[in-house]
Design a protein around this ligand. Structure first.
Ligand code: MLT
Ligand code: MN
Ligand code: ZN
Length: 307
């Protein structure tokens, strides 16, 4: 099974179109140690021929163009994509907007939690996909094969998180209307070996249930949005903490590095990294700290092969 990181940035990408934070300004100027990143998604294949996307980022058109494996097949058909399925981990804009780039009468299947399918159904713009795109509810805690992707298995599990920004209900109390299934993590399983990777691009907290899901993974690709819970406030970018956005931070006693320190897993990779995160910068103390703890920072085009 091959996992290609199509995009490794959080919502907004890196640099973000309107952002003058230190990282965004420096990457625009070509300062060393920083590379641009598109918004988070994966492409996964067992045979290198048919591909599943995990999340459809607003940068999907650019990501497909940068990935020759996702070019149309040259078998004589006038329209032919090797992408047969898209599995969604939430209804966040940075995970679903790319579906709009997959219009053009190409059959494929969207696999998502019923909560996320409801959000798509409520936005009539996704009707542009038409009847050739099937929308299939993901069973929770049960392995299924994504459409057209023989040799791959997916198992979804609920993750502590927050409902998509545009669906927040301020009147619904501290959870803002979040319900089970709004944010899921995935076990992505190589059918031949049974070995698996876990993909959790959004996570508010690490609890015992999540630790059990991640245990034994050959690779964990995990929410690396912020380094510090208050970093966007400290940099004058936003009034929100990571906690308020539904994202655990890397550092701190209750951060992800500490929470996952004892986990039995292979590679540990942070993805969905926000442009404000100082660990994006190679050689920074924050980058050195996460790397010393055994973590990698994903970059666009990164490959994780599991056999
Ligand atoms: C998030 O990960 O918190 C979302 O992508 C925020 C957003 O919709 O911009
Ligand atoms: Mn996001
Ligand atoms: Zn920025």
């Amino acid at each position: 099974m091959i996992i290609k990181v199509l995009g490794s940035a959080a919502g907004g990408g890196f640099p973000q179109w309107n952002c003058n934070c230190r990282n965004c300004a420096d990457v625009r100027r070509g300062v060393g140690g920083l590379v641009p990143r598109t918004q988070s998604s994966l492409a996964v294949s067992a045979d290198g021929l048919s591909w599943m996307l995990v999340d459809a980022s607003p940068d999907l058109r650019q990501q497909i163009a940068a990935t020759p494996e996702l070019d149309p097949q040259t078998d004589g058909r006038s329209r032919a994509s090797p992408i047969t399925a898209v599995v969604l981990t939430s209804a966040d804009v940075d995970h679903v907007a790319g579906l709009l780039s997959l219009r053009e009468s190409q059959p494929f299947s969207i696999h998502a939690d019923p909560r996320v399918l409801s959000a798509l159904a409520a936005s009539s713009i996704f009707g542009v996909l038409g009847g050739c795109v099937r929308r299939l509810p993901i069973p929770r805690n049960e392995v299924f094969e994504p459409e057209g992707c023989a040799g791959l298995g997916i198992e979804a599990f609920a993750v502590p998180g927050k409902v998509a920004l545009y669906l927040e209900d301020e009147g619904a109390g501290p959870g803002l209307g979040t319900a089970l299934g709004d944010v899921i993590g995935l076990k992505v399983i190589d059918g031949l070996s049974g070995r698996f990777a876990c993909y959790v691009p959004g996570c508010a907290a690490v609890d015992g249930g999540l630790l059990r899901q991640l245990a034994g993974a050959a690779a964990v690709l995990f929410d690396g949005t912020l380094y510090r819970d208050d970093e966007m406030i400290a940099q004058g970018l936003s009034q929100k903490t990571g906690r308020r956005m539904g994202h655990i931070s890397m550092s701190g006693v209750d951060g992800s590095v500490a929470a996952l320190a004892g986990l039995d897993a292979g590679r540990r990779i942070f993805t969905h990294v926000n442009n404000s995160n100082p660990a994006l910068r190679e050689g920074s103390p924050e980058r050195e700290w996460v790397e010393a703890a055994g973590w990698e920072i994903a970059h666009d085009g990164m490959e994780v092969v599991i056999r």
